[in-house]
Write a protein that binds this ligand. Structure first.
Ligand code: NAD
Length: 421
């Protein structure tokens, strides 16, 4: 029976394929198939009932070829070192692709944060910050939130780290609350970036985003703001869904109203107009030119890819399209803007926040958004250009292949310039 490969092994396979496709030296694979440094920590936390629990955590510092390590911290019961390594390699490529002066890293704690009281969560967060403090810093390794962590947790961590150093170090964590050296744009930066990516791709292939019908799967942070900004850019949002189901209206959904309903009732299905479809997946298959899968991974699979009608799929979520499904979509003439490009608005915004923090300076919301838009637009356009040139010599290439190649070339050039290869 075939053995299931781990997430990290799968990432290594993709890495190897891209290195071979671009004729990059195998030495690059040898170096990039291992993280530079791995830290495993244990964090004792006094629980509210008096018991002592000890949590396991990690910080993987994958590559520093392009700059300080950068990547989020995940609090999740199912994380392990293998997953953390895969995510850290992913961050290395995402940061490189998006022209940021960062290497890649990722942290994790094996915990279900929903099970903890606020006090327990704060003690765990501070404990983790203390445990990794010797190896991080605003010039060394700059964590941020990921699944299960929030701006509030970043505030506790930056406070803990600053207390250890004896002075304030705002730039050591990003995506902090606006009250503590954060930037208000961070809240919607990922969704905004998804729409910038959709706009650039639609301009190239479909005459612009204006008037196109858009469907959004997932109505959390990424999905809500993707829908909102798509509408503000002149697209017609015809479907949105969350775990409660799908709302469909071919005449267009009032996204601000849907967001209000979601905030008040927790379920988008309570949106008062349009058609209610009690199937969270239905938004993937409605009649629309653009699909933004923005919920979770592995939703477009080989079993349902033939039902997707959109010609442009812009991945707001991480890993929503399986490799087999992606091949099927391309066979049917669709294009997929891959996650490491389409949902990079969050990390680009983190970079802007870090630059502000290092200077003890700030940009207002309008100025920040202008910068985010300009960086995302030029990154996505560069990716599309590379995809088009790659396709001319390799007709089966995807935009994801082009993204990996662009990222790897940048890492390779830096390693070569440093004399590592
Ligand atoms: P979130 O928890 O705020 O929202 C997730 C949404 O998906 C919720 O509305 C939930 O109801 C919905 N959902 C879950 N399962 C579903 C299903 N089967 N069908 C339909 N809807 C479903 O999370 P988020 O921060 O919006 O992140 C979403 C995705 O984007 C994740 O893959 C995350 O890793 C990725 N991402 C997020 C950011 C960010 O800044 N938030 C940045 C980069 C990537």
């Amino acid at each position: 029976m075939a053995q299931r490969v781990s997430y990290f092994e799968w990432m290594l396979q993709v890495l190897e394929r891209a290195i071979k496709m671009d004729n990059l030296p195998y030495e690059l694979y040898k170096v990039l198939s291992r993280p530079e440094r791995v830290l495993t920590v244990s964090i004792p936390v006094r629980m509210d009932d008096g018991r002592l629990e000890v949590f396991e955590g990690y910080r993987v510092q994958y590559s520093s070829a392009l700059g300080p390590y950068k990547g989020g911290i995940r609090f999740h019961p199912e994380v392990d070192l293998d997953t953390d390594k895969a995510l850290a390699l992913g961050m290395t490529l995402k940061n490189a692709l998006n022209n940021l002066p960062y290497g890649g890293g990722k942290g994790a704690v094996k915990v279900d944060p929903k099970r903890l009281s606020k006090g327990e969560l704060e003690r765990l967060s501070r404990g983790y910050a203390r445990a990794i403090a010797p190896l991080i810093g605003d010039q060394v390794d700059i964590p941020a939130p990921d699944v299960g962590t929030t701006p509030e947790i970043m505030a506790w961590m930056v406070d803990e780290y600053s207390r250890i150093r004896g002075y304030n170090v705002p730039g050591v964590f990003t995506a902090k609350p606006p009250e503590l050296w954060g930037n208000p744009v961070r809240e919607y930066s990922t969704g905004y970036g998804v729409v910038v990516a959709a706009r650039a791709a639609a301009e190239r292939y479909m005459g612009g985003l204006q008037g196109l019908r858009v469907s959004v799967h997932g109505f959390g942070n990424v999905g809500q703001y993707s829908a909102l900004f798509a509408q503000r850019q002149g697209a017609k949002v015809v479907a949105v869904s969350d775990t409660s189901g799908t709302v469909y209206d071919p005449n267009g959904i009032d996204v601000e109203l849907a967001m209000k309903v979601k905030a008040q009732t927790g379920k988008v299905i309570n949106y008062p107009k349009g058609e209610k479809i009690y199937d969270p997946m239905a938004s993937l298959f409605v009649d629309a030119e653009v699909l933004m899968p923005s919920a979770i991974e592995n939703v477009i699979t080989k079993d349902n890819a033939s039902k997707v009608r959109a010609k442009l799929v812009v991945e707001g979520a991480n890993g929503p399209t399986t490799p087999e499904a992606e091949a099927e979509l391309y066979k049917r003439g669709s294009i997929v803007v891959p996650d490491i490009s389409a949902n990079a608005g969050g990390v680009v915004m983190s970079y802007l926040e870090w630059v502000e923090n290092l200077q003890w300076y700030w940009w207002d919301e309008e100025e920040t958004l202008k910068r985010l838009d300009a960086i995302m637009t030029s990154n996505v356009k560069r990716l599309i250009d590379r995809y088009e040139s790659l396709k001319s010599t390799n007709p089966s290439a995807t935009m994801r292949d082009a993204a990996f190649i662009l990222a790897l070339e940048r890492v390779y050039r830096a390693m070569k310039a440093r004399g590592w290869l």
